[in-house]
Design a protein around this ligand. Structure first.
Ligand code: HSE
Length: 436
């Protein structure tokens, strides 16, 4: 059979890694796919830049549109990132009848509905395994491996940069900014690193996972995101004393009222496997009705780890070239006419437990005022620790764990507590999940 011709848009970390692995493992990949897969064309903004891959035998161009419009190309690998040029190129390639493989989580989370509809019309596949959790085959696991289950919830460490920062703060007492700079130098961070630290990148990935878990349309605007930039070393230490680790989790949960979609720093019991996923590693814990909990762990970023997912998608596409569209795995796991617009809960309706850290004046009655406010909002206290004041200070750090409550109640209680004259500064609130 004649080889499948691939055009690569973007020869950066992921594009370069993909070219290398495709060349190195060509024989093994061809044995699996049933056809040889060769990169014949690639584009890059600056052709004079040093690359991690050899481009021998590949016709290079600075214009990705040339490749998208080349009738010889069967599959386009969109590895340039961003949501403007990437979107135009993908839609044009689809209109030209080409299959797409992309690692672009923002593109799928924000424009996936439109892209998949266009792909359906054109009878082509858009594959995006590399968009979530790098090399972990989590899309395949949920979309195919768990298709006999009802998925109850999933929780993931799906941003390597954020996890690296929290791990280094805890283990080495390093400062936030210093660790972020290192993650950028290592090539893990997004072009705009606020996407990593503010939970936007994890929000994109969570949206994709939730869509394929629950069969809902992509709707990134409904994902609640809170970043890790306010987490202090003190919080990391107090959480440790209480038997918890702080992780930046993406959580999607089906409740009787609707679906929770949220990304925020979260205390999780340190005995959970996922609490021990450190550094740039990613992990996704999926709780489904038949199989129970399953955990997927691996490298969430990096040239060859992401290339692994890109190439698996290329192989899948090659295998489906002879299948009619209706026999393929649906883009969002559920058949197009079975996607349901279930309601997404507003952040106010989230139900969870909380870690609270506040600073109080050391005088009688202050703690009673606080417990009174919590009681008024129907919030029960699970544990409370009052730390010793530093020798010349009159203010005490107090740490509390609460039982489950509704976010709206917690918001009101926190504002009332912050209004007490005996409370200094703001209350730090970190949500807590037992993930049991
Ligand atoms: N910036 C992302 C991360 C890269 O740190 O996880 C992989 O999506």
């Amino acid at each position: 059979m004649k080889p499948v011709k691939v055009g690569v848009l973007g020869l950066g970390t992921v594009g370069g890694g993909t070219v290398n692995v495709l060349k190195r493992n060509a024989q093994e990949i061809s044995r699996r796919a049933g056809r040889d897969i060769i990169v014949t064309r690639a584009s890059a903004r600056d052709l004079s830049r040093e690359r991690i891959c050899s481009t021998e035998g590949i016709s290079l161009s600075t214009d990705p549109l040339e490749i998208v419009n080349d009738p010889e190309i069967d599959i386009i690998l969109e590895l340039i990132g961003g949501t403007t040029l990437a979107k135009d190129l993908v839609l044009q390639a689809i209109a030209n009848g080409k299959h797409i493989v992309t690692a672009n989580k923002a593109l799928i989370a924000l424009h996936g509905n439109e892209i998949f509809a266009a792909a359906g019309e054109a009878n082509v596949v858009v594959a995006y395994e590399a968009a979530v959790a790098g090399g972990i085959p989590i899309i395949k696991a949920i979309r195919e491996g768990l298709s006999g289950n009802q998925i109850n919830w999933l929780a993931g460490i799906i941003n390597g940069t954020g996890n690296f920062i929290l791990t280094e703060m805890r283990d080495k007492g390093r400062d936030f900014a210093d660790v972020l700079a290192e993650a950028q130098a290592l090539g893990y961070a997004e072009a705009d690193p606020t996407f990593d630290v503010e939970g936007i990148d994890a929000g994109h990935k969570l949206m994709i996972l939730a869509s394929i878990a629950f069969g809902i349309p992509l709707q990134f605007e409904n994902v609640f995101t809170e970043g890790i930039s306010n987490i202090t070393r003190a919080d990391v230490e107090y959480a440790g004393e209480l038997g918890y680790r702080i992780k930046h989790l993406g959580i999607a949960r089906k409740t009787t009222k609707g679906i929770e979609l949220r990304v925020h720093p979260t205390l999780i019991p340190e005995r959970r496997l996922i609490a021990n996923v450190d550094g740039v590693m990613n992990a996704v814990l999926v709780h489904a009705d038949a199989v129970g909990p399953t955990l997927y762990y691996g490298a969430g970023a990096g040239a060859e780890a992401t290339a692994s997912a890109v190439i698996a998608d290329v192989v899948d596409v090659v295998r489906t070239l002879t299948l009619s569209a209706k026999n393929r795995v649906p883009h969002l796991a559920f058949q197009d006419n079975a996607i349901t617009d279930l309601s997404i809960l507003s952040p106010d309706e989230i139900e969870t437990t909380y870690y609270l850290r506040l600073t109080l004046e050391d005088k009688p009655g202050t703690l009673a005022d606080i417990t009174h406010i919590l009681a008024k909002h129907n919030i029960s206290i699970e544990a409370i620790i009052q730390k010793e004041p530093h020798h010349d200070e009159t203010e005490l750090p107090v740490i509390m764990l609460t039982q489950k409550t509704i976010e709206k109640e917690m918001n009101s209680a926190i504002s009332a507590i912050e209004n007490l004259s005996s409370v200094t500064g703001q209350v730090t609130r970190i949500r807590l999940e037992t993930l049991g």
